[in-house]
Design a protein around this ligand. Structure first.
Ligand code: PGA
Length: 244
């Protein structure tokens, strides 16, 4: 288990240059007395150079929201991990359900991206999560297991997994603590059984805000959070980061 809480902001396709600059400056000015928080901000691609530059001397780290699985080549519109690394990204979110849904990303594609990210010595944040249908018909653990089997490459010593139930993203609905724990425990046991991964950093994501964050984060098995909507609002982030 990790000793720190990893708080990842997923800004998605939001904020213009001025808004991003203003938000990151306010976040950098925050005086947090807890040293056990690692903050990562993942802006859309065109904002990354600006945010990387502004955070150069701060503790805030930068991540990307996606990448391509090949090093380079004829892939119009795509972004290479090598260049993502050059602009100082330390993390890359991969397999987010919005990409699985809108860009039809498969588990196999996600795995190829994870392999490429690791090859370039960046940390992938692998997103998994079931639909409401799978949750309601009791098939969710089976679904999550398939995602784990098919997305995680062999020979890994550590992995960051963000459990984001699709029915919770942007809906205001969150699973209970027991439901989150069940999934964390399931992943942990899966990793012991099927893959030789020694360390799991388990993040929860989906409708996190300053009201529900305390209950979710103050459980030793939750190592951090992937935050969408609330990460765009400074006051929300201020409260969230103070709670950690
Ligand atoms: P949300 O998004 O916090 O707005 O639900 C989380 C995510 O999609 O990473």
């Amino acid at each position: 288990m990790s000793e720190y809480k990893l708080i990842v902001s997923n800004w998605k396709m939001n904020l213009n240059f001025n808004e991003a600059k203003s938000l990151i400056k306010r976040l950098m000015q925050l005086k947090l007395d807890n040293s056990n928080v690692k903050q990562v901000v993942c802006p859309q691609f065109l904002l990354i150079p600006l945010i990387s530059d502004l955070t150069k001397f701060s503790k805030i780290e930068v991540g990307a929201q996606d990448c391509h699985f090949e090093e380079n080549g004829a892939f119009t519109g795509e972004n290479s991990v090598k260049l993502i690394k050059k602009i100082n990204c330390k993390y890359i979110i991969v397999g987010h359900s919005e990409r699985r849904q809108h860009q039809k990303e498969t588990n196999d594609l996600v795995k190829r991206k994870v392999i490429n990210i690791l090859k370039n010595k960046i940390k992938p944040i692998l997103c998994i999560g079931e639909s409401l249908e799978d949750r309601e018909n009791g098939e969710y653990l089976k679904f999550l297991k398939k995602q784990l089997i098919e997305c995680i490459p062999e020979a890994l010593s550590e992995i960051i997994i963000a459990y984001e139930p699709i029915w919770s993203i942007g809906t205001g609905i969150t699973p209970s603590i027991e439901e989150i724990f069940e999934v964390q425990n399931f992943i942990k046991n899966f990793l012991i059984e099927y893959k030789e991964i020694k360390k799991l950093i388990f993040l929860y994501g989906g409708s996190i805000n300053s009201n529900n964050f305390n209950e979710i984060i103050n459980n030793s098995y939750v190592n951090g959070a992937l935050i969408g909507g609330a990460s765009l609002r400074f006051q929300e982030m201020k409260k969230i980061l103070t709670i950690c």
